[in-house]
Write a protein that binds this ligand. Sequence first.
Ligand code: SF4
Length: 290
Amino acid sequence: MEILLSKDMGFCWGVRRAIDMMEKATEERGEIVSLGPIVHNPQVVRELEDKGVRASDKPSHDNSLPVAITAHGAGPEVIQEARARGAEVIDTTCPIVTRSQRWAKKMAEAGFTVVVFGDASHREVKGVLGWAGPHGLALKDGDPIPDDLPSRLAVISQTTQSPERFAEFVARLMRKHVDSISEMRVINTLCDVTSSQQAAASELAAEVDLMFVVGGHNSANTKHLLEVCREEGTSSHHVESPAEVNAEWLKGCKRVGITAGASTPDSTVEAVVRRIQRLGAELEGAGGRR
Ligand code: SF4
């Protein structure tokens, strides 16, 4: 069985940057509190916890601990609230997300209603909506376009969406409201790390019998990679750890492809590869003995 790795996968520079900043902060100041998990990957969160990064969904009541904003960013109210409590704020927001937030603020201040193409419950989207103030809403793939929308719209995207889906969403919005829209600004806030990982995953999925997408089950960009692989018609599985790889899936497969979400460390990918190699060897051994 041949195992092929995607040309572009795993930790993106935005996540590496955030982890480096948090590790440096713990070296200098001891324990810090990260507002939510730094990445959607339990293994990484555990490793950082061992180094002194305590993940918490709520701001700490211990004001002496610095508060770190993760790469996903946060709304201005979250940062203001932490500062008002006297906590030091370490902002590791990915610069690509910061750009999206700035656009949301700028367009809302200019009188546009900001429509974010993305999942309203995702931390990045919540943060971007925070910068749009009361003039923002989020719609994800498949959500019906509301009947009533103001006439001036600024459309931006969650950074990890695929370009095709964003383009289709904009077209859907325009088709429904072409009569009522007086002005629509589309700002491309997609992250090219994500697009290039998705393109590489799609290319690999077309060449193999089976794809594994490695990443946290709650990671949005890992889920998008899975969709991209399945769109190629290739049987694809999302696994968070090596233990989730099922030997049954490997039966009859000659070529297996692997990709990983932007929050997946290399060590997890390597562990998944080792497990596939071991299960593949066991299957071949069993086949030979028959
Ligand atoms: S996927 Fe892109 S936007 Fe998200 S953290 Fe990485 S570099 Fe930043």
